[in-house]
Ligand binder design. Structure first.
Ligand code: SF4
Length: 345
């Protein structure tokens, strides 16, 4: 199936200069991926792994000190092919929200605290897809009903709604113009588990209704498990594994992904959870070779000097690890015994 958004060898760094000293944070390093129509794609990884930076670039929000050094981001919207990194601002604002929408973190920053929810919907619809007040109100009511939200929320102020309801209203607001591509940034942050479930369900319903493309960014693997069709795992600015959600959880192949999965609580498993040794690297001075090598229990000599490429290891499953794709030198031995608990569990 044709992609709705394709990313090709994208490299984006933060470059700052202070007192004559230049600092470069290599936040996104050579990422290529394609996200298809009618799927929810999850971007996962620890804090600071580059997922929010990648999201900014995918949205075409590249402002200094963030700089794109290489690669491309292309939207394929119907018959139109758009270079998201070089699109004129006027064209970007034409497609923003109607074609490409964004559900931000923290609903309180989106909803005007001194305006009723109905007014926020009116402002939004009339700004991006002008029509009469009556048509706008009818559209809003119909959409709220379709999503199963109570119509009384329209008369409320944001502070009168629970955090979960506010987040659901934010999702409704961002998707009311039926965008082909929607990005959601940590959509369940700061919500308790029960409320999270309602928000996840709503995102799924919106996607199923519109058959559009959704990109969900969160560190929470539990959210990905319940929401995403496919997952891309980011580590220190690089995409290290990508596969359908079921495969990522059943048979993760990159050592980092294995740690992520093994660190999750499981109802039927009382064994001690495995945490990832060490800390994520600073991206202004990332490790050479495989960026995971200082934390990897399977590290080989080659890993310290050579960057593993993301390669297909099965249909729809790509991994960047010499253990899976083959050691190009075929001469190096593991420096230490692999942690058997990770591979065998
Ligand atoms: Fe570990 Fe080497 Fe694979 Fe990187 S390439 S994850 S260091 S085995």
């Amino acid at each position: 199936m044709n992609p709705v958004i394709s990313v090709d060898h994208l490299k984006a760094y933060y470059i700052t200069r202070a007192y004559g000293v230049e600092r470069t944070v290599r936040a996104v390093e050579d990422i290529s991926l394609a996200i298809r129509q009618n799927e929810i794609y999850g971007l996962a990884g620890e804090s600071g792994c580059g997922k929010s930076t990648l999201l900014k670039v995918l949205l075409g929000q590249v402002e200094p000190p963030l700089t794109v050094l290489d690669g491309s981001v292309t939207y394929h919207l119907g018959d139109e092919t758009i270079d998201a990194l070089h699109i004129p601002k006027s064209q970007l604002s034409n497609i923003r929200w109607k074609e490409v929408a964004y559900v931000p973190q923290g609903s309180m920053h989106v909803l005007n605290p001194v305006r009723r929810i109905r007014d926020s919907f009116r402002d939004y619809v009339m700004a991006h897809s002008p029509r009469s007040r009556e048509e706008t109100d009818a559209l809003v009511l119909e959409y709220i009903n379709r999503l199963g939200l109570p119509a009384r929320v329209l008369g409320a102020y944001p502070h009168q709604l629970s955090g979960g309801m506010r987040q659901r209203v934010t999702i409704a607001l961002a998707t009311i113009l039926r965008p082909r591509l929607a990005f959601a940034d940590e959509p369940t942050t700061a919500l308790d588990v029960v409320v999270q479930k309602g928000v996840i369900q709503l995102l799924r319903e919106v996607q199923a209704m519109e058959k559009n493309t959704m990109v969900v960014v969160t560190h929470d693997m539990g959210v990905h498990a319940n929401l995403a069709d496919r997952i891309g795992i980011l580590y220190a600015g690089t995409l290290v594994e990508e596969a359908p959600t079921r495969e990522i959880f059943k048979a993760p192949r990159h050592p980092y992904t294995q740690y992520l999965i093994k660190s999750l609580p499981a109802l039927d498993d009382k064994s001690e959870r495995v945490s990832i040794p060490g800390r994520p690297p600073a991206l202004d001075n990332p490790p050479s070779g495989c960026r995971f090598h200082p934390r990897c229990p399977y590290v080989m000599d080659i890993c310290k000097t050579t960057i593993p490429r993301l390669e297909a290891v099965a249909p729809s499953h790509r991994v960047a690890c010499f253990l899976e794709t083959g050691n190009p030198s075929n001469a190096t031995q593991p420096l230490q015994e692999p942690a058997a608990d990770l591979r065998s569990q």
